[in-house]
Ligand binder design. Sequence first.
Ligand SMILES: [Zn+2]
Length: 365
Amino acid sequence: MPLIIDSHQDIAWNMVAHGRDYTRPLSETRRIEVGTTIPERNGDATAGWHEYQRGQVAVIFSTLYATPAKSKELGDIHIYKDYNTAHRLYRDQIDIYRRLADSHPDKFRLISSKPELDSVIENWSQPQTDPASTHPVGLIYLMEGADGIRSPHELSEWWDLGLRMIGLAWAGTRYCGGTGEPGPLTDEGRQLIAAMADYNFILDLSHMDVAAAVESLDRYEGPVMASHANCAALMKGSESNRHIPDHVIRGLIERDGVIGVIPFNTFLKVGWVRAKGSRREEVPLDVLIAHIDHICQLAGNADHVGIGSDFDGGFGLQSIPSELDSIADLQIIGSKLIARGYTESDTANVLGGNWLRFLRRNLPS
Ligand SMILES: [Zn+2]
């Protein structure tokens, strides 16, 4: 079974917003949440540590995420009204990840360099001879929305904390237009990415408006990727600017980037909204496979697409394709690709190999 590298999970946000504990098996989290408001607010949980093991989820891009006060649809927890608060909330999440890894070194390890990545992967490559022995999951920080960076001078501090990946937008930020708030890079955004290039930060184009993404592809000298985004070409009729058009996908491919597709029904079927009674049976996993295939067709190979599940990130079991029950089931994507004629090696690359190569190329040694 190939290793999975999942390029997007809001683990710290789930821990603070919903009190979730990712050292538990998923069944326990679901049991504990019965009768609470969490399944209604965020959907039933889909990730847990035992499921990471079962699905061979070896590495996760784990986000630093807080919600701007202007967009409260994710509830009123972990909200920022000003940049100092955003900064503090993001810093708190780094502390959360550090405590998680410090108190459970057998379960989670932080990765901020190539040797640390290689050590996690090496461990996963060892056969699990003793049933009690485990493979620690590697976590790499990804800042989703850069409002927590108060000025480019702060980048050295964030770098020293282990941050390696930054997305400028969620909704629009002062750095650029974002989801639901179109707009280009601002002058502050241009200054920030110029400074990011000095450190070789990885720039995440997800959530950035098209104008800002196109300019960033042109301007940013460091590595670029999209941690969690689907293809606009397959979402015709959607009014959202959340999906990436082909010319941005081509730009990412030319820059040797990778795009993590999201198994989230709202981003797979136009008009699918859980709150309006849409059912998960309406979106089979094949729809996600079509997004993977679309990126492969644009690239002429299977080297630029991965999976950015975003599981538990504001949606849950009720909003993912019908064949999936948990994060472990991302392996079914592999079976679907094989059935569609993808080779075993291309399939392994989509599940994890493409992100692994991308990280090995772009993390500091
Ligand atoms: Zn997101």
